[in-house]
Design a protein around this ligand. Sequence first.
Ligand SMILES: [Fe+2]
Length: 309
Amino acid sequence: MSLVTIDSWPTRQHIDFRPQLEAGNILFLPTTPFAAPEESKEFLRNLSFAGGAVHKNIAYRTAQDRITGIEGDAALAERVRDIFRRYSREVVRFVTALLPDYASSWKLDYASFRPVEEEGRDLPLNKRNDLIHTDAFPSRPTNGGLILRVFTNISATKTRVWVTSDPFRSIAERYAREAGLHRIAVAAHSPWAPLRSRSARMLRSLGLPVVPRSPYDRFMLRFHDYLKRNDDFQNNYAQHRYEFPPGSTWLVFTDVTPHSVQAGQHALEQTFIVARESLSDRENAPISILERICGRPLLAGAPAIAPMA
Ligand SMILES: [Fe+2]
């Protein structure tokens, strides 16, 4: 696990950074390599949560050009949407140039703004950011795709501090069985699995908030919670501390690299779902690693539907 620093962008010759990311390293740019206007950053930093119009979770549904987390103030929502739209466009342009092999088949996911000081937050255990975990989205299964996230520290003064651990391969070999991988894999191949899958799709088509998940996505959600609850992992496993100063940008596969946020405020983030087929080595994908460990395919029975918007 290490930080791979890109001091200047664009680089003089094309470098394939995929193996670095896939091995669990973080690509770090001390200076954000795209336009991030100071007035936009200041506007976001000064958003007030008093009155209830602005929520602490503001997200931008990039594909639909839609903002969530601001209610009742159309002018404010439009201004924030415009800032997100520009940020997202700049990130996509930059990451397309940096990682063209991913760009050909990735799926653009949400962008978000993290406005709250991370140090000392009082959250329920499974929502705590200060406990080391791998990411999984309850509402948006990836069906084996990888979660690539680009973060920009837009704080004027505060460094964002992360603690990470050894990459997915290492922790999965140590903990996946304990976390219930085999039970999920076996259940996925039971005679009842196709029926369960059809029922989930039917309930969803009726408008019920049911998210049909592949066995892989079920395990990744469980593993997220399992790691946060596991004192041995939290206290005794390898830990690496990184600091991201104001004005920096970094990229990481947050399902490959276990991570936690210890301190920092005001970060912007854009997520991409990267297809396993576009990796430099598809055997590095968490789903490939898990399938090797349990000896069964983990997309069997996966409903062939698009992830929820
Ligand atoms: Fe996370």
